[in-house]
Design a protein around this ligand. Structure first.
Ligand code: BYC
Length: 344
């Protein structure tokens, strides 16, 4: 139980009063720290009401808001194909998927808000280009087969990364991830199904599927973040049980998963160094282009400029809707106050 040092002279000894208050704050912080450590060690959830170190809060806001932004920007490459989907059924499925991504963004913004950062602040950071979002969404979706490759490889990488995040130590983030992962597995299946259909179609369709996989393979592997020895945040995030595995461990898990899947699709993964390593019990894979990755993360990806410009235009175009909704809510609140007064 928290015990506070009693205040000795409340009015006439201001120096001692400050000391007593400082002591109280120090005691609270110590107890908060101990409780936080206990929650982490015992693999329990930290909730918004709990004391948490500032850096834990900052790390979560950074990761969760980047994740939310990725979902929102990630709607663009696929949204681009809604009007050109090859059948009504494909169009309906793609629309549902893109809508899911918007929902994921909203769950994640809500989770980040519980850490004390407002949604407007986060929107503003994305709008001004200060915020990061996943590197993968700076690449174009050139053909219908790219929609298949995005579903199979990008959503596949996302699930591999995100299933462990369902056990993230911060309650609202972990719970949001449970729902997101359920939807992501449908997304991956729809991508797989598009690629399977194409790779078993005409020679031209098979080639289109192969080209898409050739272009998305490397960037999908980079979604897991930089190699472990160049990942400044991983160690602390793992110690806090936000991340459960390192970037390279998850990347390896993903490679091991997609090699047999590519064989089943009848497609080739574009890496001549990819081979089974009996000793490690994993597939070895070749070097990735990290120079390109870091340059994309800095905002010079093939479509970085266009993605942000599109986001800004959509946000500006929707300003009147937000203003109208806020005005309606204010009017409604006023009417509710009026009726409450009448009832009183
Ligand atoms: N792209 O120390 P590290 C989706 C940054 S959405 C850009 O390893 P951390 C979907 C990193 O932020 C998929 N930046 O960082 C949506 C850090 O910079 P700051 C999104 C990257 O946080 C629509 C610096 O590099 N998934 O699935 O420990 C349609 C050093 O990295 C990237 C998530 O966001 C990258 N790929 O680990 C379809 C999952 N990688 O912030 C699908 C949640 C690294 O220090 N996030 N950076 O300036 C995570 O799991 C982790 O944040 C990461 C990075 C594994 C991404």
């Amino acid at each position: 139980m928290a015990t506070h040092t009693p205040q000795l002279h409340a009015v006439d000894a201001p120096g001692e009063q400050i000391t007593a208050e400082a002591q109280r704050a120090a005691d609270d912080a110590r107890l908060g720290w101990e409780r936080f450590q206990e929650l982490i060690e015992q693999d329990k959830r930290v909730e918004p009401r709990d004391w948490m170190p500032n850096n834990y809060r900052k790390t979560l806001v950074r990761q969760v808001s980047q994740h939310a932004h990725s979902e929102i920007i990630g709607m663009q490459p696929e949204g681009n194909w809604i009007t050109r989907a090859p059948s009504l059924k494909r169009k309906a499925v793609l629309m549902a998927k893109v809508q899911d991504e918007a929902g994921h963004g909203l769950y994640l913004y809500s989770a980040a808000e519980t850490l004390g950062t407002s949604r407007d602040q986060m929107y503003q950071q994305l709008y001004t280009g200060q915020a990061k979002y996943s590197s993968i969404f700076n690449y174009p979706a050139r053909t219908w087969a790219d929609i298949g490759a995005i579903g199979w490889l990008v959503d596949g990488a996302a699930i591999t990364n995100q299933v462990p995040l369902c056990r993230a130590s911060y309650g609202p983030y972990g719970r949001a991830m449970v729902r997101i992962c359920k939807e992501e597995s449908f997304h991956q299946r729809q991508g797989w199904e598009i690629l399977y259909t194409l790779s078993h179609g005409t020679e031209e369709q098979k080639q289109m599927a192969q080209n898409a996989v050739d272009r998305f393979y490397g960037p999908a592997l980079q979604m897991f973040g930089p190699p472990d020895d160049e990942s400044p945040n991983s160690q602390q995030s793992m110690a806090w049980k936000i991340k459960r595995f390192s970037n390279d461990d998850l990347r390896q898990r993903f490679v091991d998963m997609i090699v047999p899947q590519a064989e089943a699709l009848g497609l080739t993964l574009p890496d001549p160094d990819l081979k089974w390593n009996q000793k490690r019990g994993h597939y070895d894979y070749g070097d990735l282009d990290w120079e390109e990755f870091f340059s994309v993360v800095k905002g010079t990806g093939p479509l970085s400029h266009q993605r942000l410009a599109h986001y800004r235009a959509a946000r500006d175009d929707g300003a009147w809707v937000r203003e109208a909704a806020a005005a309606y809510a204010a009017k409604q609140a006023e009417a509710d106050r009026g009726s409450a007064l009448l009832r009183a």
